[in-house]
Design a binder for this molecule. Structure first.
Ligand SMILES: Nc1ncnc2c1ncn2[C@@H]1O[C@H](COP(=O)(O)OP(=O)(O)O)[C@@H](O)[C@H]1O
Ligand SMILES: [Mg+2]
Length: 199
């Protein structure tokens, strides 16, 4: 690393407008709702419905979707454990910036490793982080296969696919668990909104 880029030579430049001021200006408490679960468990579906409900109620929101960020911010990353960690780190840092900007964020990422989700909680701040575990079995998610990815994973067309050829570590202590095999999208939404209001 060249000397100028050393972290020792970089110090935080404090703003005059603070995160608190921005949140007051938007009249909301910035929170990141972090959806984790297998592919097809309902993360993107619930993130978009949550955003619609919050936006309709007058909140300023944004969605960070795992698939979408991989088309831009994280386009250089693959699906090895290291790349998944870096993917989560980047998205968590962006969520933190968005929360600092005053926005309510819905993050929809498989985020299969407990350690990476703990890192996300640390980066964003535990008081702003709601971990929602979408607990649908592999059989259910594979049955839905909304994007045909399980089929490709089974035929070996896709490697390192979570649940098939790459692990998923279920959260041990999530803020909320929803079994999306039993709950409708509307029921699941009500559960997320109730947790949101509690905060
Ligand atoms: N309770 C539920 N919550 C979320 N999705 C559900 C639920 N019940 C059925 N589904 C369906 O499951 C699929 C989930 O797909 P998606 O949201 O793309 O998953 P992910 O983003 O986790 O890969 C959608 O087709 C959705 O309509
Ligand atoms: Mg998705």
């Amino acid at each position: 690393m060249d000397q100028g880029a050393s972290p020792l030579n970089i110090s935080w430049h404090h703003g005059i407008v603070t995160p608190t001021t921005r949140a007051i200006r938007l009249r909301q408490k910035p929170i990141t709702v972090w959806f984790t679960g297998l592919s097809g468990s309902g993360k993107s579906t619930l993130a978009t419905h949550l955003e619609l409900a919050l936006c309709t109620a007058g909140h300023a929101t944004f969605i960070l979707d795992g698939d979408n960020v991989r088309k831009g911010l994280c386009r250089d990353l693959g699906f090895s454990a290291n790349d998944r960690t870096e993917n989560i780190r980047r998205v968590a840092e962006v969520a933190r910036l968005m929360n600092d900007a005053g926005l309510v964020v819905a993050a929809a990422l498989i985020s299969p490793y407990s350690q990476d989700r703990a890192m996300a909680r640390d980066i964003i701040g535990p008081e702003r982080f709601i971990e929602v575990y979408l607990d649908a079995s592999l059989a259910v998610c594979e049955g839905r296969d909304p994007k045909g990815l399980y089929r490709k994973a089974r035929t070996g067309e896709i490697h390192e696919f979570t649940g098939v050829s790459s692990p998923y570590q279920p959260p041990e202590n999530p803020d909320l668990t929803i079994n999306t095999a039993n709950a409708s999208v509307q029921d699941a939404m009500q559960m997320v909104l109730a947790e949101f209001v509690k905060r």
